[in-house]
Every structure is written in C-alpha cells, then in structure tokens.
Design a protein around this ligand. Structure first.
Ligand code: 5GP
Ligand code: ZN
Length: 115
C-alpha cells in the first residue's frame, strides 16, 4: 500500500516521532494527542484493521503489535496507574486511517464509556 499514511511512516518516508520499533511493528506519537501519553502502534505490514488479522501472518503481526504496545507502556511506567489500548474499526468505530493501529493512551484518568 504505497500511498497508505502509516505504511509511509513505517518506511520512514513521512516523518513521525518514533518511540520504538521492531521488525514487525513501529510506534510513534499521535499528531493530535488526546492524553499525556498518546502513541500509535502499527504493524509494518499493511492490514486495514483488526478485522483483517485472522491469517497466520496477520495473527503474528497483531501479536507483535500488541507486544510492542505493552512493552512501551511498561517502559513509560504506565503499569501501576494503568492505561488503555484501543483500536477503532470502520466508520462507526471512528477509524480515520485505514491501516491497523493501536492507540496507547495514558497519563490521566480516562473516561468510560467512550463517546
Ligand atoms: P483513528 O481515528 O483511525 O483511530 O486514528 C488515527 C489517528 O492518527 C488519529 O488519532 C490522528 O490524530 C492520527 N494521525 C493522523 N494523521 C497523522 C500523521 O500524519 N502523523 C501522526 N503521527 N498521527 C496521525
Ligand atoms: Zn498501510
């Protein structure tokens, strides 16, 4: 997906504030943060959303993406107070970028239910 925004960020073609990366996933700061910590964690391989991760390759990439998010939360000391990992799917879910991404949100008490 050469024109996909998050594929381009993964390849380093569009700048982003990278937090941490592995062969399978990359994490960077959200451009429009909704909490003191708001990091996006994405697989380096393109998939539209979590609805597209049922293949062995997709499952592997999803797990690598979740693991990277959890590692970063621990690195940032969010474990004790807690944090939220969320992924939006489709229009009703509020997904605006069609490349699977986890939002890692923390650093304040988050409201529930979401709007
Ligand atoms: P979604 O609404 O699809 O769940 O989340 C997309 C997220 O991507 C939003 O939180 C938005 O602020 C973020 N975003 C959109 N464009 C860019 C960009 O060019 N760079 C970065 N770092 N984040 C972006
Ligand atoms: Zn993509």
């Amino acid at each position: 997906m050469s024109q996909c925004l998050f594929c381009q960020i993964s390849r380093g073609e569009i700048p982003a504030k990278i937090v941490k990366q592995t062969d399978q996933a990359v994490a960077f700061h959200d451009l429009n943060p909704q909490a003191p910590v708001h990091i996006l964690v994405v697989p380096t391989t393109h998939m539209n959303s979590i609805a597209d991760t049922r293949s062995p390759e997709g499952s592997d990439a999803l797990l690598a993406t979740v693991n990277l998010a959890v590692d970063i939360a621990r690195d940032l000391g969010l474990d004790a107070a807690g944090y939220r990992l969320v992924t939006n799917v489709g229009e009703n879910g509020g997904q605006s970028v069609l490349h699977l991404h986890l939002h890692l949100l923390g650093g304040r008490r988050l409201g529930w239910p979401p709007g």
